[in-house]
Design a protein around this ligand. Structure first.
Ligand SMILES: Cc1ncc(COP(=O)(O)O)c(C=O)c1O
Length: 385
């Protein structure tokens, strides 16, 4: 290993949500934070150095994406995901969530229905509501610790008001990397019913099996899909607010761009572009090592729970560093579980029910941290459950 993911970095008092907002969100200051989806590792040096160079040049006027920026996104999609995209399909925005919210406005009317697969990354609910659309749930099915889609339920939930299906791919928090067959079947249903698909692929690079971008499957699917992505999760640069939408369908892209302009969310931070370029051009080897480290942390957690005969069950993820832990066999009162995690284990995990009621009984643990810190956290949790 060239890169040191074991380095212990004190993130407290660095103005980061994960460490500095514990009191605000959990009511306690002295917790080990295992919640927000960013990593306790430093961004690769090559990105830091590119940003330093930009800072030293002292010019921070309005930036634009250059031909190089577009080409790097295109080559990244090709080499990581075997997806050929065109420059005209890419539109930069200041975040996946703002872009998602804009897409909801662009592709539906007030009162229309939007389907999501719960349990899922919760801001996806919020922006359906804030746009005055109706949230319709198509819950995932869990069988023996593995989640799959319920397409029969999906069909039964479609009405004349259904305009958008939101795919989280790979899925946060259950960690699925959807198979080609699942995606094809899903897309068939959406296309037959005139339902546009928004595919949030922000976790696409952090995968432990082959990831297939939804829109790469066929021309027909590409013409019905708006894909959202960003280097933010992959290279731990979420705070730089640089993301992009990809859409082959010119008409859809124009509708999306109109709302992006109206909302003023097209301007990316000057360092956002610098980081994206350094990431996609020079940081692939860092990503390869990160994936090995994360996979080890996941297996370490699995073994730790098994070794200690823990009643906590890990849903082993195919992607992301977010571990979906079932506490269903521990204490039946989930408020008590929450209280014990906070007051006795002294750890901050995301509560499963915040991802939709289907997440009740689960907690999400972020394992993107040095193994030494992960072991401490697991010890504090396992001794109490
Ligand atoms: C599925 C998913 N989409 C979007 C985001 C956030 O994207 P952004 O910070 O670019 O708005 C996250 C962050 O955790 C996520 O898990």
């Amino acid at each position: 290993m060239i890169y040191n993911f074991d380095e212990l970095i004190d993130r407290k008092n660095t103005s980061c949500v994960k460490y500095d907002a514990l009191k605000k969100y959990f009511g306690y200051e002295d917790l080990q934070p295992l919640w927000v989806a960013d990593m306790d590792f430093k961004t690769p040096d090559v990105i830091i150095n590119a940003m330093k160079e930009k800072a030293e040049a002292g010019l921070f006027g309005y930036p634009i994406a250059t031909e190089k920026t577009y080409n790097l996104v295109k080559s990244w999609m090709k080499k990581r995901h075997n997806w050929d995209i065109d420059t005209s399909w890419i539109n930069f925005v200041n975040g996946v969530v703002p872009a998602y919210s804009a897409a909801v406005e662009a592709f539906s009317e007030e009162g229309d229905e939007i389907i999501v697969q719960t349990p899922v990354y919760f801001p996806l609910f919020k922006h359906i509501k804030s746009n005055n659309r109706k949230l319709v749930k198509n819950p995932l099915i869990e069988e023996n610790g593995y989640y799959r889609m319920d397409l029969e339920d999906l069909k039964s939930k479609i009405s004349s008001k259904t305009k958008i299906f939101v795919l989280c791919s790979p899925h946060n928090p259950v960690g699925r990397v959807w198979d080609k067959e699942e995606l094809e079947e899903l897309a068939k249903i959406c296309i037959e019913n005139n339902i546009l698909m928004i595919s949030d692929e922000i976790h696409a690079d952090i995968v432990f099996k082959k990831f297939i971008p939804l829109a790469s499957i066929s021309e027909e699917i590409a013409n019905n899909t708006l894909t959202l992505n960003s280097p933010g999760k992959t290279f731990n640069t979420a705070g730089l607010n640089c993301a992009y939408a990809i859409c082959k369908n010119e008409n859809l892209m124009n509708r999306f761009k109109n709302v992006v302009e109206k909302r003023g969310i097209s301007s990316v931070n000057v360092f956002g572009f610098v980081a994206l370029e350094a990431a996609y051009e020079y940081s692939e080897d860092w990503l390869e090592e990160l994936l090995v480290y994360l996979k080890n942390n996941i297996l370490f957690t699995k073994n730790y729970l098994e070794k200690n005969n823990s009643k906590i069950d890990l849903i082993e993820p195919e992607s992301t560093y977010l571990l979906w832990l079932s506490f269903k066999n521990t204490i039946s009162d989930y408020n008590k579980v929450k209280q014990k995690l906070l007051e006795e284990s002294k750890v901050a995990l995301n509560e499963g029910s915040s991802f939709g009621l289907e997440g009740k009984g689960y907690f999400r643990l972020n394992c993107a941290l040095p193994k030494e810190s992960l072991e401490k956290a697991l010890c504090k949790i396992v001794t109490k459950f």
